[in-house]
Ligand binder design. Structure first.
Ligand code: ADP
Length: 481
């Protein structure tokens, strides 16, 4: 394909040069051997202009000199011995036209060369720089683009970029163009296909170029290959979620007694209601109204047990992180029943201060439940040696939409041993623990989950005594899907 287009270019070049040469001869013949009373030689200016497109500075000067010489020769051949002023003036006008055209052609060539030099500087960068017109047709393709995608500039220029690279956009084209129109800028990650068919992930930055009237005329994009970086990020996030899963399952192990109780309670109620049901039926006149009530209670309790099992299975399952809408109140309500027994076993009183109109956030519900479980378990453990006051666990949820980043807050506060100032900065680091049987992974996993949700986690002293851990997650953005 490349040699084909080069051959085409060469053929065009030869045709151009031959036509220009023939035109010069034709002008000379008409000027010398016809009796037209016009300054035919002025047309040599066209020959100079055309030759500037394929000759260098020296070549242009030679062509210009030859044209002037032919003008003088024609004059001498036709009007050699006479001194008529008309032909002389016409000859001088032609010479002037040739000189001015030569001067302008040289100037123009110099400016073009300067531009070409400046454009060639763009070839020095490793970034792929591509310019395209408003129809998406490529008008410039630097060496970085040749290297990244595999097509030479002369092959890519003139083709539609989106079709050539089979671009996959991160969002709809309309929303990107909207942003480009409004801010003249866009940046994001794109998926492109190289000449050899391999896919490449690029970090792309687009700028809209406008003319003097402010009309958009071109889009310039700078693309960097981030395929490897993306692959390692994906591998890292895979590892993180594996680790989070292991931690979650091991926490569930610690909660076995609590969970067993949570399931056992409704099952015991089912049995008790079943007994009652049989008694109502065994009467001389069976009390069907009471039977119905007992069966309804059995169904209710059965559903409660199945609900607990469902939540447990969700926590134990090894799913890829998913995104759904939830409120912090829901997280508390989902998980608290599983922890109730544990809390009770440690003689801890739970105080709930939940937001009345909770705003939603977007993220992985199970991961957020894991964060909450970790915080509650830590809080309960921190109070296990407290004897002189009643152990209290306070759970607060709150909308925090006053800030520039509207968010929802979940706070877990205890009145336990509190946080030692010396270790306050260490708490969220992996493997930091002050417990004999601790792993030191809980808070570090909480932090990575919260940060993956665009939020933050922080610790501090509780209002009176003990510690308080809070997470802050941005509320769901209406534009998010
Ligand atoms: P682990 O529970 O295995 O120690 P974490 O990462 O969950 O790991 O906690 C790290 C450390 O942070 C704990 O060992 C403890 O010293 C401290 N910590 C966590 N929560 C509390 C709390 N509510 N009160 C006091 N210290 C806490």
């Amino acid at each position: 394909m490349q040699s084909e287009s080069l051959a085409k270019l060469q053929t065009f070049g030869w045709a151009y040069q031959s036509i220009t040469f023939l035109a010069a001869i034709a002008i000379f013949l008409v000027d010398t051997f016809t009796s037209l009373e016009t300054a035919i030689a002025v047309l040599y200016a066209v020959v100079v202009m055309v030759s500037a497109s394929f000759l260098n500075r020296r070549g242009i000067l030679i062509v210009s000199g030859a044209c002037m010489l032919m003008t003088v020769m024609s004059y001498l051949i036709v009007h050699g011995g006479t001194t008529h002023s008309g032909p002389l003036i016409r000859g001088l006008i032609s010479l002037c036209a040739i000189s001015i055209t030569t001067f302008l052609a040289l100037k123009n060539q110099e400016a073009t060369q300067n531009l070409a030099y400046q454009a060639s500087l763009l070839d020095l960068t490793h970034d792929a720089i591509v310019a395209r017109d408003m129809d998406g047709v490529i008008t410039y393709w630097n060496a970085g683009a040749e290297e990244l995608y595999g097509w030479k500039s002369e092959e890519a220029v003139g083709l539609r970029m989106a079709e050539l690279l089979e671009t996959t956009l991160p969002t709809s084209l309309e929303s990107i163009l909207d942003q480009l129109q409004q801010t003249s800028r866009w940046q994001g990650e794109l998926l492109h296909t190289r000449r050899d068919g391999t896919r490449v992930v690029v970090a792309s930055r687009w700028s809209l170029h406008r003319d003097k009237q402010g009309r958009p005329v071109a889009t310039i994009s700078t693309n960097n290959d981030i395929t490897e970086q993306k692959a390692s990020e994906d591998a890292l996030s895979e590892l993180r979620s594996e680790l989070a899963h292991v931690a979650r399952v091991s926490t569930l192990g610690e909660l076995t007694a609590s969970i067993a109780h949570e399931i056992n309670q409704p099952l015991a109620a089912v049995v008790a209601n079943g007994d009652a049901c049989l008694r109502w039926l065994a009467r001389d006149v069976p009390d069907l109204k009471e039977v119905r009530l007992s069966v309804e209670r059995m169904i209710g309790n059965g559903q409660r047990a199945s609900e607990v099992v469902k939540r447990l299975r969700a926590l134990a399952r090894k799913d890829r992180p998913s995104r759904s809408e939830f409120t912090m109140n829901e997280i508390v309500e989902d998980v608290l029943p599983l922890l109730e027994r544990e809390v009770f076993r440690h003689c801890v009183k739970v105080v709930l201060e939940l937001e009345l109109r909770p705003l939603s956030c977007l993220g992985d519900r199970v991961q957020m439940q894991q964060v909450f479980i970790n915080l509650v378990m830590n809080a309960v453990q921190s109070m296990s040696n407290v004897e002189e006051r009643s152990r209290t666990l306070t759970i607060r949820t709150r909308n925090d939409d006053a800030d520039s980043m509207p968010a929802v807050l979940l706070e877990v506060a205890d009145n336990g041993v509190g946080i030692d100032v010396e270790v306050a900065n260490e708490l969220f680091k992996p493997f930091f623990t002050t417990k004999n049987d601790g792993m030191g992974m809980g808070l570090s996993i909480c932090r990575s989950i919260v940060e993956a949700h665009g939020g933050e986690i922080f610790a501090g002293p509780a209002r009176e005594q003990g510690a308080s851990f809070s997470i802050r997650i941005p509320i769901r953005n209406e534009a998010e899907t």
